[in-house]
Design a protein around this ligand. Sequence first.
Ligand code: FMN
Length: 181
Amino acid sequence: MDFSELIQIRQSVRAYQNRPVEREKLETLIESVRLAPSASNSQPWKLIIVDDPEIKDQVARATFSALISFNRFAPQAPVLAVLTIERPKLVTQIGARLKDREFSLIDIGIAAEHFCLQAAELGLGTCMLGWFDETAIHKVLAIPEKIRIGLVITLGYAAPGTPIRAKIRKNTKQMCSYNRY
Ligand SMILES: Cc1cc2nc3c(=O)[nH]c(=O)nc-3n(C[C@H](O)[C@H](O)[C@H](O)COP(=O)(O)O)c2cc1C
């Protein structure tokens, strides 16, 4: 598969098969995050792979509530990947403060997309989840209080017959210009 095709088939998957993800594939996914670029090569993340069914269910249940129910599909995924935001190198911290930039958030986003594109190449579906009960996940996974959670990513084999949807996106004119804003 070439890269353009990979970008087309990567989509948020919100229905999964009850089928485990092979350990070898998990290791390839871990490597895809490990190799992600970051500001000053700070690599300000930790990746927690949650595949123990009981723990995974507790984390999944922290991604929705009776009121905010759009992540109700999360428990179907056999694996959840949790990306924490770790303290970057001192030089990156100083740079970020001087320039008022949130490098760590940019870094986490790139790492997450590495994970999702690699998953798509392996025939797996993902969905990044930005809405979750951070305190609850801290408790379940024993994440120290001061460490923020960047994203939770659902992972698994898409439900049979899941079509590749057309992408709903701004058109090129709306999102790109040459040589000036
Ligand atoms: C930072 C971030 C947070 C997201 N949070 C959620 C979420 O909580 N629940 C969800 O179902 N999708 C979530 N998404 C998925 C987006 O809705 C999705 O990427 C977007 O609609 C484009 O669709 P596609 O991924 O299928 O191309 C999130 C995506 C990103 C990048």
